[in-house]
Design a protein around this ligand. Structure first.
Ligand SMILES: Nc1ncnc2c1ncn2[C@@H]1O[C@H](COP(=O)(O)OP(=O)(O)OP(=O)(O)O)[C@@H](O)[C@H]1O
Length: 332
């Protein structure tokens, strides 16, 4: 089956006037199938949003390839570009900023339908607006259609944002920390709604979070990847990655998350694993070799501080970029 998206050796640099370029994403490799979820987890500032914006077509990659439904996104015709923009949608972190306060819920949903599906009359629009509100769990619909965003709670606003995105019938939704401003008690409900929407519409999600427990919950039986300083350092099937973490950084964030309990299964045992130092190095001074080596308790002198570890497939579908898992016969 053709993947929905395929990314190979992708990098993204930012450059400001007269400054040297700063490399934010390096050597990103990923695939995502139709109706599947891929979650990226990593500390704040590691490059998750930048990757989400590249995948959503809002930022161009600097090098590497990105294909969507088998087509290179840098070589799309005008018509294909238009389709791509409709097919790939982004849900922002902040539902307060993303909705126009002077527009009623009905029009927030009807406007994209008017524009993209050429629906004009109320008779055409009303059933579709109703369907969208029902999909996101805003029922009875009559309680919401004539409300303004200021009448709604944070969770309800985020549901309206999701419904607006669904109006485009997207194939991929980049969900960027979309529940971080919502009360913890409502967060799981919203994530469940997103999962139900996936079952009904076969949409794929690229789910971005700094919270490993949340990522684990949302990407159950799906794929999880861990990012550190703009690089994917481990990826695999979620339960395999959580149950058998390989990279020292993954072990450290799991150990920290287990300490907070959160959504992590309390019966699971997690090794206590602490990194040295507290500061994440800056993108302008990415350490040579493995970017984690200054903080890594298992670093191999003369290797980790010198050579960037390649991505290795440890067991089927479980990849790690760490010299500890280097095959003994692999060249240095
Ligand atoms: N347009 C830009 N120009 C220059 N640097 C940028 C730009 N956008 C992001 N960055 C830098 O890229 C790095 C990664 O930021 P990004 O927002 O992608 O990380 P993140 O993991 O999503 O963080 P957060 O969870 O806090 O949103 C940061 O150092 C940020 O300052």
């Amino acid at each position: 089956m053709k993947n929905l998206l395929e990314v190979h050796h992708l990098s993204k640099d930012f450059q400001h006037k007269r400054q040297p370029p700063v490399s934010i994403l390096q050597e990103i490799q990923l695939q995502l199938g139709k109706g599947q979820t891929l979650c990226v987890v990593g500390e704040s500032g590691c490059g998750k949003t930048t990757l989400g914006r590249v995948l959503a077509g809002l930022l161009p990659a600097t090098t590497g390839t990105y294909s969507f439904l088998g087509k290179d996104v840098t070589r799309l015709s005008k018509k294909e570009k238009k389709e791509f923009r409709r097919d790939v949608q982004l849900i922002h972190q902040n539902p307060y900023e993303s909705l126009n306060p002077t527009t009623m819920v009905f029009d927030i949903l009807a406007n994209p339908l008017r524009k993209h599906k050429k629906m004009k009359t109320i008779a055409e629009l009303y059933p579709e607006v109703t369907r969208l509100l029902e999909l996101v769990g805003l029922t009875p619909v009559s309680d919401f259609v004539d409300k303004y965003p200021s009448h709604l709670s944070g969770g309800q606003r985020q549901r309206v944002s999701i419904a607006r995105v669904l109006a485009m019938d997207p194939k991929l939704i980049v969900v960027d920390e979309a529940t971080s401003m919502i009360d913890t008690s409502l967060r799981i409900n919203l994530l469940k709604t997103l999962q139900e929407i996936q079952e009904r519409t076969n949409v794929s999600y690229f789910f971005i979070t700094h919270d490993l427990a949340l990522g684990r919950y949302f990407a159950q039986n799906q794929q999880l990847m861990v990012m550190y300083l703009g690089k994917i350092i481990e990826k695999g099937q979620t339960e395999e990655l959580i149950g058998q973490p390989l990279h020292p950084y993954t072990k450290a964030i799991l150990s920290a998350a287990a300490g907070n309990k959160g959504l992590l299964d309390e019966s699971s045992e997690f090794e206590t694993y602490v990194l040295g130092g507290t500061d994440i190095p800056s993108f302008t001074q990415i350490p040579q070799g493995c970017p984690l080596h200054p903080r890594c308790p298992q670093k191999i002198e003369g290797l980790c501080d010198r050579l960037r570890p390649p991505e290795i497939e440890s067991t089927t579908g479980h990849y790690v970029a760490c010299h500890l898992y280097r095959k003994s016969d692999s060249p240095l």
